[in-house]
Design a protein around this ligand. Sequence first.
Ligand code: SF4
Length: 399
Amino acid sequence: MTVEEHRPLSPRRKSRPVHVGDVQVGGDAPVVVQTMTNTDTADAQSTLNQIAQLADNGAEIVRLAVPDKAAAAALPEIVRATTAPLIADIHFDYRLALASIKAGIHGLRLNPGNIRDADKVREVVRAAQERRISIRIGVNEGSLPPIPTLAEDELPPPKPRRMVDAALWEISILEEMGFEDIKISLKAFDVPAMVTAYREIAQRVPYPLHLGVTEAGLPGAGSVRSAVGIGLLLAEGIGDTIRVSLAADPAEELPVAWNILSSLNIRQRGATIVACPTCGRIEVDLIPLANQIEAHFQKLGKPITVAVMGCVVNGPGESRDADIGLAAGKGKGAIFRKGEVVRIVPEDQFLPALIEEGQRVIAEKFPDESGPSPADDQDAIIPMTAVQQGSRPGRTARR
Ligand code: SF4
């Protein structure tokens, strides 16, 4: 295969579209980013505040736990005021699913590992059918159905087989009732097991797949683990919605999810920052500057690429594809566009000059969308000298 013929991503698997509120998942919809609240759902106002924050940070669907009657009782108020479509996460008690549907929830997640009574599942499906809401069959390696009694010489089935079988059991109940607004997830901490399970279910059923590595860990290792598992499948064309699960504030999951999508050129949200890793040639304090540049351009929300390079040796060349960039040297630096130098600026003007030039790029690329002008955003313009002294006046943009 020649370089020209090489295709890094397989064509996307065709799945049957379903909806969660007004968000389509599967079919020809883009891969949807979602996350989950970690507030006490019974506390409606805190939950609504977090939903708004998560939606603001790029969550297109938000899931919330409904572990008891108090949580279910808060749902009508939450559903009335939510800023994102909501999925109720149900374990064990099918009556909480019924209460969630009655409250107007936009989607359900059921775990086939812990509601094992087909009649109870059917009751939930009937209610979902009436309200036309979708159901995710959410298999988790930590709560699989028990293994049937084995013969003495029989080995237990491997984990991916058990995960696929658990999903197929519940799918069969839903399909017997003519219910097809189904999504499937087969989450595991073990990335090879999770990838194997998703690959198989992708061939067995037409439903959209929700990808995730469960309990992936703290943000550093968990982001890598999620990116490997989710990224492998997305590169194979498998996956219609993703959730990165980190032991962190759920808002931290969203930039990771979006970075997975943008790394594969699947979707981009806000600016992409190209930053050099720094090396012995560097003569400026680049990392705080790169953080400020990222905060500023992320806040503008426009999908441009901004490069922040630590020297003029490789800067413009290494970031030739960037819409705009800075090659920072001692005392002065070059601002460039698509690898061409457009200005030389003194060190204390690195950030304001890049922001100003960035506004021009945005105005040219998105002429119909008016964004804030640099003058509107003076508190984000921090002199480089202040950065180098460790002072960070002004607000830090949320990502
Ligand atoms: S851009 Fe310059 S400073 Fe940055 S890593 Fe490359 S050579 Fe080093």
